[in-house]
Ligand binder design. Structure first.
Ligand code: F6R
Length: 611
């Protein structure tokens, strides 16, 4: 979603800010802007559309002199994606400029208050309320840091704010609540950013701001304060991921690069957690007694992360024999779930900042359940607030559509299921050993599937012009179908639905007509024949069948399917890791053939920090 970058140093700020904004583009946005300070004057440029427009409007930033500034990419919430609503926003009179991520929930009340004090508003945004509130307090005291603290106390909701004032043009101020913000130290300069990707080119040394803290940045110093303005000392964190991870490295799109990275990401996530044939989750200080006491598990997440939960539900029940339910975070939080000491909530999130998942996590904790999170972004809200965290070592995922996060999250759910199964004595030793052994060759088998890119591209070329595509599958294949269908609609904009194959004749079969493409996921050994029966039902009503099955299942499908894609055999539990890959590639090649903006699909944002 929205992105923030701030710079204060000796170089011209605007070109650096524009570079930073480009690195935040992956988050999804619809307008962008920068503000720089020079000689007690703020200069602002903002445009609807991509950062390229801003680059063109400012000659790569060269037309904006000044060595201090803030940049922003906005994903519209309050008000349309217009030039006026783009950030930065300035206070009435233009003295203070602010960039903002998040939503100020009581903005309407605050705007009325400010209007009553004579403030005028140009945009429909909540951010303009924030900047005027700061201006209101600043007018009283002439102390910007104090004004920011006072305004922060009045604002409800979530925010990460970068603030620049023409009276103190050699200072940047930052504060945050429930939205990420880092402050970073570089050679001869200091930065602030909502995401380290924006500044990695300059520095790897960052401070993570906690809620309500205030940072005051000058060229050679950064000071931190509590919300009450008591000085505090914070520790630097070294970011060790490679900047090349945030670059395309010869691939046409980040999505294709990230699809290709999956075997390695799964290796990094799984291998250090298997020792001498056993799953060892050192990070989880979790007792066998607690695992044995569990009566219910909820898997909670949004979108792709929720579909990881949908697959993990089958495996946790199968291996650990604990009643398990996958539920969307947006539903969970308002559904009065029955929770207590014997309920575990597993929150799954790539970013660790998804608003609904954060709310679900807090709801779970407030109702007495423990929370285990599976998260990719180190130090994110969900990772920090959970009782236990397992990190996926996927590295930065830049493409909006999630691929390597899915695969690594899924891999961690296998480890959790095995660990729980062992603690509960629910799985016989031979099967445990077989699954662990196959887990260790899973990345190799993923590589084998990815080598089949050409066939999948060919099959995509047969079907890229469809307007509706259905996916069917049973059990774990149904969970994978949900993800395959989501990937396809996200990046190709083709209407697509996934159904549990057995549900078809209870309604959806009415949609099948001559030539409708039905992607039939039939990898789960025990139910291949059942799924084939469902494929036959739709075929006899005119559907074209594209089957996804294992080497083992191929013979059974050959009389029914028009096209077949195969994956290697493995243990049933691990099948989703292989089956999802052709579906990701299918979505990618279909979107490519349709000329879509694959890495930045319309209307979507990478990290959904609003409800
Ligand atoms: C789909 C996708 C989204 C995210 C969802 C949750 O490709 O990327 O559906 O999976 O917004 O995001 P995180 O995992 O960051 O909580």
């Amino acid at each position: 979603m929205c992105g923030i970058v701030g710079y204060i140093g000796d170089e011209q700020a605007a070109p650096i800010l524009l570079e930073g904004l480009k690195r935040l583009e992956y988050r999804g946005y619809d307008s962008a802007g920068v503000v720089v300070a020079r000689g007690g004057k703020l200069t602002l440029t903002k445009t609807r559309g991509y950062v390229e427009n801003l680059v063109a409007a400012t000659d790569g930033g060269l037309r904006l002199p000044g060595t201090v500034g803030l940049g922003h990419t906005r994903w519209a919430t309050h008000g349309q994606p217009t030039d006026e609503n783009a950030h930065p926003h300035v206070s009435d009179g233009g003295k203070i400029a602010v960039v903002h991520n998040g939503i100020i929930e009581n903005y309407a009340k605050l705007r009325e208050f400010l209007r009553s004090k004579g403030y005028h508003f140009q945009s429909e945004t909540d951010t303009e309320v924030a900047v005027n509130l700061i201006a209101f307090f600043y007018a009283e005291s002439g102390d910007l840091k104090l004004a920011v603290a006072q305004a922060a106390r009045r604002m409800e909701g979530s925010y990460a704010l970068g603030i620049l004032c023409e009276d103190c043009p050699d200072t940047l101020i930052a504060t945050k609540k429930e939205a990420p913000l880092v402050v970073a130290v570089a050679e001869g300069a200091n930065f602030l950013a909502s995401d380290v990707a924006a500044i990695l080119e300059y520095t790897r040394e960052v401070y993570r701001l906690q809620d309500d803290e205030i940072a005051v940045l000058t060229r050679d110093k950064i000071e931190f304060f509590t919300g009450e303005l008591d000085p505090i000392t914070k520790s630097l964190e070294h970011i060790d991921w490679d900047i090349s991870a945030a670059e395309k490295g010869g691939y046409e799109h980040f999505m294709l690069k990230e699809i290709a990275e999956q075997p390695e990401s799964v290796r990094k996530t799984v291998f250090p957690r298997i020792r001498y044939g056993r799953v060892v989750l050192d990070e989880l200080d979790i007792s066998d007694e607690y695992i044995k006491s569990l009566t219910h598990i909820y898997l909670v997440g949004c979108g792709t992360a929720f579909y990881v939960g949908a697959a993990a539900k089958y495996n946790l029940e199968k291996l650990a024999r604990i009643p398990t339910e996958a539920i969307m975070a947006s539903e969970f939080r308002y559904s009065a779930p029955i929770l207590g000491a014997t309920t575990l909530v597993i929150c799954i999130s790539q970013s660790g900042t998804t608003a609904d998942t954060i709310a679900a996590m807090r709801e779970a904790k407030a109702r007495g359940a423990r929370v285990l999170s599976i998260v990719n972004v180190v130090g994110s809200v969900i990772a920090e607030e959970s009782d236990w965290t397992l990190y996926t070592w996927a590295g930065p995922e830049i493409c909006v559509a999630s691929t390597k996060a899915y695969s690594t999250q899924l891999a961690l759910t296998y480890l959790v299921a095995l660990r729980f199964a062992e603690a509960r004595g629910a799985l016989d030793a031979a099967e445990y050993d077989a699954i662990v052994a196959l887990l260790q060759v899973l990345p190799d088998r993923m590589e084998t599937v990815l080598q089949n890119r050409e066939q999948i591209q060919y099959v995509s070329s047969l079907f890229f012009n469809r307007e509706d595509i259905f996916f069917i599958g049973r059990n774990i294949d149904y969970a994978v179908s949900l993800e395959g269908s989501l990937k396809l609609k996200e990046i190709s904009y083709i209407h697509s639905e996934a159904y549990a194959a057995g549900e078809l004749k209870h309604g959806p079969i009415a949609l099948i007509e001559d030539g409708t493409l039905v992607i039939t996921v039939a990898a789960y050994n025990k139910l291949i024949d059942k799924t084939i029966s469902n494929a036959v039902e739709v075929k006899s009503r005119g559907a074209i069948i594209l089957a996804l099955t294992t080497d083992n299942g191929k013979a059974a499908l050959s009389g029914v399917a028009d096209e077949i894609i195969t994956i290697p055999d493995t243990h049933d539990v691990l099948l989703p890791s292989l089956a999802v890959l052709p579906l990701q590639l299918f979505a990618y090649y279909v979107a490519l053939a349709r000329g879509r903006e694959i890495d930045k699909p319309r209307n979507l944002a990478k990290s959904v920090t609003v409800e």
